[in-house]
Write a protein of this length. Sequence first.
Lengths: 480, 98
Amino acid sequence: MDSYKVYIGLEVHVELSTQSKFFCGCKTKFGATPNTQVCPVCLGFPGVLPVINKKALEYTIACALALNSKINENSRFARKNYYYPDLPKNFQISQYEEPIATGGWIDIEINGQTKKIGIERVHLEEDAGKLIHGEGEDAEWSFVDCNRAGIPLMEIVSCPEINSPDEAYEYLTILRRILRYLGVSDCNMEEGSLRCDANISLGKAEMGTKTEIKNMNSFKELREGLKVEIQRQANLLKKGEKIIQETRFWDAKKKKTFSMRGKEEAHDYRYFPEPDLLPLYIDDNWTERIKANLPELPQHRFDRFIHEYKLPSYDAGVLTESREIADYFERCVRLFPKPKMVSNWIMGDFMRLIKQEGEVKIKIHPAEVADLLKEVEKGTLSTTLAKEVMEIMFKSGKGVTQIMEEKQLQQITDKKSLEKAAKQVIEENQKAVGDWQKGKSQAIKFLVGQLMKKTKGRANPQLANELIEKKLKELFGASS
Amino acid sequence: MEKRTIDLEQVRYIAHLARLELSLEEEEKFARQLGRILSYVEKLKELDTTNVPPTSHVLPLKNVFREDALGFSLSSKEALSNAPCRKDNWFKVPKIVG
């Protein structure tokens, strides 16, 4: 296997998060009752006319720009003809010779090095329906839900410049981050709004015969499926056998790829220009307008976080992983301008709490985070208590002050009451006091710890230390 | 008029792509008919199109769009009302796998 170079090209399909479908006004909501978001257009009834959803087109242009692609001034749609039960019209409206955009690249990070992966094209098509295969008494049947049919689907095809399963994983990660930043898709592989097929070939000097792998339904499966297919091809080549150009199906349970169709069934799509849709003309003005409205992209934001906020690259990486977190961080920093402290809080407990909630929905207003950090800085809240407050904030949505009052969480900074407690601690811990008298300075730490425990962590640590020392000296005179 | 022919192999291939089952008689008949249709269309080649750009649409229009807004949808009852087979809210079709 070592003597072969691996060439992988990825075809990524992205369901765009428009409200309505590509060519009709049906909803695009995931998980609805089957066949409730359908109409004569997306069901392919005779005599209907599709009309292009402008937002789907603009989303695609935005993505293409973010991927450094060239927007083609003239592009058009084409019919891709094939018979399959999930395709109501028996053809898919797609693009063939004149896609919306061609060329481009994204940078991936591999072993600490930046590598450019070329983009071949970005085009727009419609999604097919969902097909489930019956079992038991329905073993002879399949069932079709056309809710998905006609949802705008953007296809991004990479050049075969990905040279390992890890690079493929990284490519898809970076690509998904860009798409999420743009807000054009939720890119959820479990729900099928992000799907990825791979073309793989092995070769020495040049690429060998390729196979196409389908049905890798998660990032993990993508990496696994590619590894398995590379091994399969390498074994065949070692035995001197030929690779057959075919589509193969990844079976995640068996961890194998299987041939999907015989050669005699090779697809012949008979593409031709879509007569029901007029050509697209996307001039520079339009492109520039969309470009001007692009959000800051992840790579740029990562670099800026390092320079502007002097954050370590680890922090910048974690914070810019999602646009929501990055936005949130910046809103907090505007109110509490200590970036590293804000970063520590967000990366730590904050992220843990968000993950517990299962979605990146941040209920706490940045002003509350700023208030909390101010309390920590003033010393009225210890770090431990602040963490507790944050957790309550997440669960109850209450403000910092309210929680502190309700829970009586303020640090005890009142000398008198602390002094009383310090005296008690000393009386109750004669052994430690003895140690201190023998010159063991460590004993003070123990006593301070006891005082913290007595006040349920609410004593101001500095003051606690001060008072214990003072009391000891008062009672037993100067020691070590 | 140039004569075009279609052989039986081609007829079977096209029928397969269209998921049609043809009898032997039909294959013969369609081969003849398709050949005649193609020969007829060949007539267009007599036109000189040297200075005519390729055209996919007869109207000189571009960029016809709609806004991303919800519109009319059918109920699943209506959508399924003409389906030869159904189960609950699903269209039911003979199983095709792979």
